[in-house]
Design a binder for this molecule. Structure first.
Ligand code: ATR
Length: 276
């Protein structure tokens, strides 16, 4: 009998997780299936009870349920608690434990790209859910500094205060960050700017980009945002959102199966689907 994994979200039909995980199961000849569950926000509690009842081994959680699942879990890992959001649930003999592999997935994608984090100055553009997960995970990896800049300054300040438990952290206005851009080694777009096809504005001007900077975008549709293309033209090392997506999935896969995730085939499956 196949073990069942899945993802809950609302909507969920465009999720690439089923394809990515099914490809990984097939690659390693695992008797496992992965299903996308369309779960209405009013049904989250029942959905979580269903994981226990049906003996589902592992679940990914996506928008808009990452925060609302938390009260129904038996345990939540420290980083996920800090972030206040869960994207992976592991069913350990009926006990459900929540993790957040988004930020750690991003960190792993940087490390796999041979980016050394110690002594690095990081600029996060954005202070929403995605920026929070990545910033709090990064802050715990020995950075020199992590600075948050955001349209709504107070939200950036709040996230910087959270990060300062783990690393030197402060907030800047977008204007200040733009002027000081060459102070930063790693610059990340965590905002939703760049998703719309004919958007003119970019998250932050790259005019003052330093040589050897690494520029990352958490967006993966399009595969390369206008901003990322501009960074590439300026000679920066770039990392698109596919890497974070693949590694967050890989970390979830490893928690469920105890096996090393076949990254290459997972990435290729996602890239094929996205036309990359
Ligand atoms: P997610 O969960 O994807 O992070 P979110 O929590 O809604 O989504 O956060 C969206 C982020 O994109 C925020 O940092 C938001 O800035 P505000 O806090 O000022 O709202 C940023 N953002 C979205 N649209 C933007 C725009 N047009 N210009 C600048 N920042 C924008």
């Amino acid at each position: 009998m196949k073990e069942v994994m899945g993802v809950i979200g609302y909507p969920i039909s465009h999720s690439l997780s089923p394809l990515m995980h099914e490809t990984a199961f097939k690659e390693l000849n695992l008797e496992m299936a992965y299903h996308a569950f369309h779960v209405h926000p009013d049904r989250v509690e029942e959905a979580i009870a269903g994981i226990r009842g049906l003996g589902i081994k592992g679940i990914n959680v996506t928008i808009p349920h990452k925060v609302s699942v938390i009260p129904y879990l038996d345990e939540v890992d420290e980083l996920a608690k800090e972030i206040g959001a869960v994207n992976t649930i592991v069913n350990e003999s009926g006990r459900l434990k929540g993790y957040n592999t988004d930020g750690e997935g991003f960190v792993r994608s940087l490390l796999e790209a041979d980016v050394v984090l110690s002594d690095k100055r990081v600029l996060m553009v954005g202070a929403g859910g995605a920026s929070k997960g990545v910033s709090l995970a990064l802050a715990q990896h020995g950075l020199k500094e992590i600075v948050i800049t955001n349209r709504t300054y107070s939200k950036g300040e709040e996230l910087a205060e959270n990060c300062s438990k783990f690393a030197v952290s402060s907030a800047l206005s977008l204007e200040e960050a733009k002027d000081k851009l060459n102070d930063f080694d790693i610059i990340i777009n965590g905002t939703s700017m760049g998703m719309k096809p004919h958007e003119d504005k970019t998250p932050i001007s790259l005019d003052n980009l330093s040589d050897n900077a690494v520029v990352c975008d958490l967006i993966y549709t399009p595969l390369k945002t206008k901003w990322l293309l501009e960074a590439e033209l300026r000679g920066a090392t770039i990392l698109n959102g596919v890497e974070m997506f693949v590694y967050q999935g890989a970390l979830a896969f490893e928690k469920w199966t105890g096996m090393k995730a076949p990254i290459e085939v997972m990435r290729n499956a996602v890239l094929r689907q996205l036309g990359g």
